[in-house]
Write a protein that binds this ligand. Sequence first.
Ligand code: SF4
Ligand code: SF4
Length: 301
Amino acid sequence: QPINRLTVPNGTLLMTSLQSFDSLLKDIHKKDAPYKLALLRAKASFSGLWVYREDHTEVRILGALAKIAPAFLTLDGVGEAIREMEWGSDLKVESAKKAHGRLETREVTMTEGNAEIPYSFEMPKWWEMREGVTIPAIPVGKPKESGKGYVPERNPYFKKFTTRTMRPVIDFDTCVKCTLCWIQCPDSCFDVMPDGTYDANMEACCGCGVCEAVCPVEHCITMVNESVFDDNASQWEMWRKDKGGYKTWMTSKIGDKNATVRSHGFRFRGQYEKELETNLDAGGVEITAGIPGENAQHKTV
Ligand code: SF4
Ligand code: SF4
């Protein structure tokens, strides 16, 4: 970070997002030279370091690149390359062409963007590092409120939330304390609260969506786009302090259909084809109901 750090003067930064240019420029840091912002309308495709949805983002990026730098890459060349690939298909070629046609571009001046100084930290010097490669075990965590709860120890330097495109929002009133989110979270994000519920620690969460997928209670965990949050404050502390206020906050976050989204892959074969029919890449509605056991419409305890 910042996302435009490597963008050269008058170069192009290509992004996939459903947000407007102005809204994105509230977060993108200012540059000391003008550049172009190219926007492909799409919901987040990656979250965390490993969650991948086969939603044609890679071929759509290739189609967009052919528009940005035609001397470097032609649209016909992109189509041929996609067809040659083991994973290629005519539908993917079609997606690349659509992206080429729909790419929006806007000039960004030196006065635009977020004026905040980017987050930085001092890197350890080579002489400060230990010899050899050893990975120490995670130390034991700390009890919370006289042992009624528990907070696991976490790496103080690896801030996984910086890769997050969405986060879980939890309804503590409907949680049945089944422990599944706590056990299944690949990053040990959940702190055990004194009342037996689980609070996802927002400094540690990478937004993979596994907790939402395993939670057996309908709408108890909902993945919401990261852009609608301003901080990493504890949801459980907010809920404990003011249950009515939390409900209002939570409802406003999970009620926005543009901001709620699953990050954990597709639910059934052919889902992307169905989503194409709804013009998802132009802001259409995502198909989210499907497999029982996930956060489908008829999920019950
Ligand atoms: S809290 Fe949920 S979304 Fe965050 S890393 Fe854990 S399982 Fe993934
Ligand atoms: S999976 Fe859902 S119901 Fe189970 S403890 Fe987590 S939030 Fe509560």
